[in-house]
Design a binder for this molecule. Structure first.
Ligand SMILES: Nc1ncnc2c1ncn2[C@@H]1O[C@H](COP(=O)(O)OP(=O)(O)OP(=O)(O)O)[C@@H](O)[C@H]1O
Length: 349
């Protein structure tokens, strides 16, 4: 498998610009999740790398091979790219082994062994003789992955491969898919609009917005050091507070003085972003006073919506602000509590 390098990729459909200069590098053997809202150009990006769309400009390289460039255009079948689409792309009249072998030369020696090898990687060697309609949705997607891996592609592209599955199955399958990709050392790009999926299985996350990659990095960095407020709000839940710089790396907010992770604040006023799990409920008097407005139960935890009343303001006054935090169990509405922030925050001027 090779490193995938994309630079300056542009694509418009008529008047609509969909990709406006995408740059992305996916290291050999790693999985990058391309995360972005509906319509930001994720699928178009994948289709361009696969060769199903022809870009207006830009370069795509697989290792040393330029597959798209100013004077290069390799058709899909010459690119060594494996594609796992959303769903329902298996041939219904072929069994599992025949589906997996579809992209392999008919009479190549070792064909059967290769089919069984990749079925083994996805844990389906026992089902080689079944037809697609005899498989669950998750098994069908694993066959689709085996089919993509069979011809030993340089890169594997997965376009929302779990979106048609129910929540529980999706979590289990994405772990299996990650393990299978790792086992064969695949260079892979997974497109998703599900931020939890992106953060949990990818080595790196590339956040796309309006046709460009706005941030690319390890999941922890994208979550804890978002490049801008838009990324902060899209990747996980964000609490945004007005802030005033008080020292080199300190700011004053309605939740008290906070430490800034970086970049160092410039200017006198700005906003800081923190995550709900940084906000802790403490007994009244031990933090900033707040009132519980609503608790939303999720099973594993609850989101508590609070309204904070900074010192000197009255309930309902414009200076009070809504924030959220997470707790185990539940807190009744109208409970008077106090909140304290742990850990650093990120500043935006
Ligand atoms: N063949 C096409 N002709 C015209 N417009 C297109 C074509 N393909 C995509 N678009 C437009 O390009 C934009 C981006 O589409 P794309 O499918 O790449 O987004 P996406 O981020 O994958 O969205 P989703 O998550 O909803 O699949 C959309 O506005 C879409 O309508």
């Amino acid at each position: 498998m090779s490193t995938l390098t994309i630079t300056g990729l542009r694509k418009s459909f008529g008047e609509t610009t969909v990709l406006s200069g995408v740059a992305l590098e996916v290291a050999q053997g790693s999985l990058t999740a391309v995360l972005g809202p509906s319509g930001c150009g994720k699928t178009t990006l994948l289709r361009t790398v696969a060769g199903f769309e022809r870009p207006d400009a830009g370069v795509v390289r697989l290792g040393d091979v330029e597959v798209v460039g100013p004077r290069t255009w390799l058709p899909p079948e010459r690119r060594k790219v494996g594609v796992v689409p959303q769903e329902g792309t298996l041939f219904p009249h072929l069994d599992v082994a025949q589906n997996v072998g579809f992209g392999l030369p008919r009479r190549s020696p070792g064909r059967r062994e290769r089919i069984m090898q990749v079925l083994d990687v996805v844990g389906l060697a026992d089902l080689a003789g079944r037809r697609p309609h005899e498989l669950s949705g998750g098994q069908q997607q694993r066959v689709a992955l085996a089919r993509a891996l069979a011809p030993e592609p340089e890169v594997v592209l997965l376009d929302e491969p779990f979106s048609a599955l129910d929540a529980g199955l999706r979590v289990a399958l994405r772990e299996d898919v990650r393990a299978a990709l790792q086992q064969v050392g695949a260079t892979a790009v997974l497109v998703t609009h599900d931020q939890e999926e992106a953060l949990s299985i990818a080595d790196e996350v590339a956040v796309m917005r309006a046709g460009v990659v706005v941030q690319h990095g390890r999941p922890q960095d994208v979550y804890l050091r978002p490049a801008d407020l838009g990324v902060a709000r899209f990747v996980g839940e964000a609490v945004v507070l007005e802030a005033r710089r008080s020292d080199t790396n300190r700011v004053t907010t309605m939740l008290g003085p906070l430490h800034v992770l970086g970049p160092t604040p410039t200017g006198e006023t700005g906003r800081v972003v923190l995550r709900p799990e940084q906000i802790h409920l403490v007994p009244p008097g031990e933090g900033t006073a707040a009132v519980v407005e609503r608790t939303v139960f999720h099973g594993h935890d609850s989101t508590v919506h609070l309204r904070v009343h900074p010192a000197g303001t009255r309930p309902g006054s414009p200076a009070s602000a809504p924030i959220i935090c997470r707790v185990q169990g539940s807190v009744p509405e109208h409970t008077e509590v106090a909140v304290r922030v742990e850990g650093p925050v990120v500043w935006f001027a």
